[in-house]
Design a protein around this ligand. Structure first.
Ligand code: ZN
Ligand code: ZN
Length: 379
């Protein structure tokens, strides 16, 4: 083996006098970080991971650690303590078992007792723009699995008790010697519970959990946006065998509004006005999101598409005192279904019209004229 190897203590980022539990947690932390499954195709990570494993395999064993402390890496070279071949092929073959074991433990909080955190739940809720404006308290009913009351979550029929698992003696884990290693894994008989149930509880069929409709009150704050996520800690599924419950996430989506379009804190609406109002000027009322009304004054000669801003009539900003604005865009409506009389009046109006009344059209057509003129004069 190479003598340029890194010191095992350095590899595990611990002090030379680190105790077993420090070593163990340092190892677990690093192994998680450098695990090849998490860094697929990265040979450096794999090397690093091997290093970490090797260091831990030595330091966790009192005898080997003492030898290492005394002789360094030389202790494990050919002819040294325990024979150096141990970290060769045999090591690699046990890799997958270690991974499995390591990750089995990691995903299962509170190992050994079989306790498992309940799953997180997602609940999709559609709310209206007015709800987002005012905020509201919504009552929702969700089916969640909760701890069975009949058996208090033990899974054993009332009056009976779960028995200590004979395979693992209640530890929930079994040790298995495999070549160089002793592997610890979840007990196959009790699945880590440490207990077996002979008379399962009839209410939950021994699972310790039942499905119940639960009514929850959800507080939707003012100014929420489409996609806002609200977390209700501990309102997810019940944990297994006394484990903590998961969380409930409410995903909000905003329904389209008939009048208003939202753009962040601002609201937009389009209002059709008559040609005459646009020409002569006037005033009209528009609804506001707070179910009130506000007046919009249009000056004479207003063109279609013009926007009018109404301050502070938009949406509240989440967790702030700010309020957006409302924009009213006017769309001039060309009159349709005219009576004979109306047609005559408009024709008369047209006769009286001059460049003054249609400055934009005059400007445009003079540009058109120029355009053709310049082309005609070209050789
Ligand atoms: Zn039960
Ligand atoms: Zn067991």
């Amino acid at each position: 083996m190479s003598t340029t190897k890194r010191c095992y203590y350095e590899t595990l980022e611990v002090e030379r006098n680190a105790d077993d539990s420090t070593l163990k947690s340092a190892f677990r932390k690093l192994a998680m970080k450098w695990h090849p499954d998490r860094n697929p195709g990265d040979p450096q990570c794999e090397m690093k991971f091997k290093e970490i494993n090797e260091a831990y395999e030595v330091l966790k064993d009192g005898d080997k650690r003492a030898a290492y402390d005394r002789y360094g890496h030389a202790a494990f070279e050919q002819g040294g303590f325990g024979g150096g071949a141990g970290f060769g092929a045999g090591f690699a073959s046990s890799f997958s078992d270690i991974f499995e074991d390591l990750f089995g433990m990691a995903s299962q909080r509170g190992r050994g007792t079989g306790r498992e955190r309940g799953a997180d739940l997602r609940y999709n809720m559609e709310i209206t723009l007015e709800d987002a404006f005012k905020g509201k308290t919504a009552q929702i009913e969700i089916p969640v699995s909760v701890t069975c009351e009949a058996c208090s979550g033990t899974g054993a029929k009332a009056g009976t008790k779960p028995k200590t698992c004979s395979t693992c003696g209640g530890a929930g884990r079994v040790r298995q010697a495999q070549g160089f290693f002793t592997l610890e894994r979840t007990c196959p008989t009790c699945q880590g519970r440490g207990q077996t149930i002979e008379d399962p509880c009839p209410s939950c069929s021994g699972s310790g959990r039942v499905i119940k409709e639960r009514t929850l009150s959800v507080n939707i704050p003012q100014g929420v946006e489409d996609g806002t996520r609200i977390r209700l800690a501990g309102e997810g599924e019940a944990g297994l065998r006394g484990g903590p419950p998961g969380d409930l996430y409410i995903f909000l989506s905003l329904a389209n509004h008939e009048i208003f379009q939202r753009d962040g804190a601002d609201l937009h609406c389009r209002v059709p006005i008559s040609m005459v109002t646009a020409a002569l000027g006037g005033e009209f009322e528009v609804p506001t999101i707070d179910r009130g009304k506000t007046k919009v004054k249009v000056p004479s000669g207003t063109q279609t598409g013009r926007r009018f801003r109404i301050a502070a009539k938009g949406m509240p900003v989440l967790r702030s005192r700010q309020v957006g604005d409302m924009y009213v865009q006017v769309v001039v409506e060309t009159p349709q279904n005219l009576t004979k009389k109306q047609q005559e009046l408009l024709a008369e109006f047209e006769k009286l019209s001059s460049g003054e009344t249609q400055p934009e059209a005059v400007g445009f057509f003079s540009k058109v004229k120029e355009f053709f003129g310049s082309r005609a004069s070209a050789p």
